[in-house]
Design a protein. Structure first.
Length: 103
């Protein structure tokens, strides 16, 4: 999860919201990575959820479901907010939870 979240942050670093409208490969890559992160969160056990309550597990899974199942109606403003605001925060939270993970 952490590696993929870092990848998202790196992909949009220095980019603009307009890039998401004009770069189809960026759209596909970001939505795919959001899906992968949500799949990973969905595989975490109840013990993992309880051990790391600071990670918004259900929100991550719900976002994945909306992006993957609503692929024909993805709102790029929402995706941009996820990848530029929520994803960096998730990286920070995961790094704190998994201090020895370098990825």
């Amino acid at each position: 999860m952490l590696d993929h979240a870092r990848e998202v942050v790196a992909m949009v670093h220095g980019g603009t919201r307009r890039d998401l409208d004009t770069d189809r490969m960026l759209q596909l890559a970001l939505t795919r990575l959001i899906g992968i992160i949500g799949d990973a969160a969905n595989r975490v056990t109840t013990v993992g959820y309880e051990r790391y309550p600071e990670i918004p597990w259900l929100r991550i899974i719900g976002t994945r479901n909306r992006i993957i199942h609503g692929y024909d109606a993805v709102d790029h403003d929402i995706v941009w907010g996820i990848v530029t605001v929520e994803m960096p925060a998730l990286v920070t939270t995961l790094e704190r939870a998994l201090p020895g993970h370098r990825g």
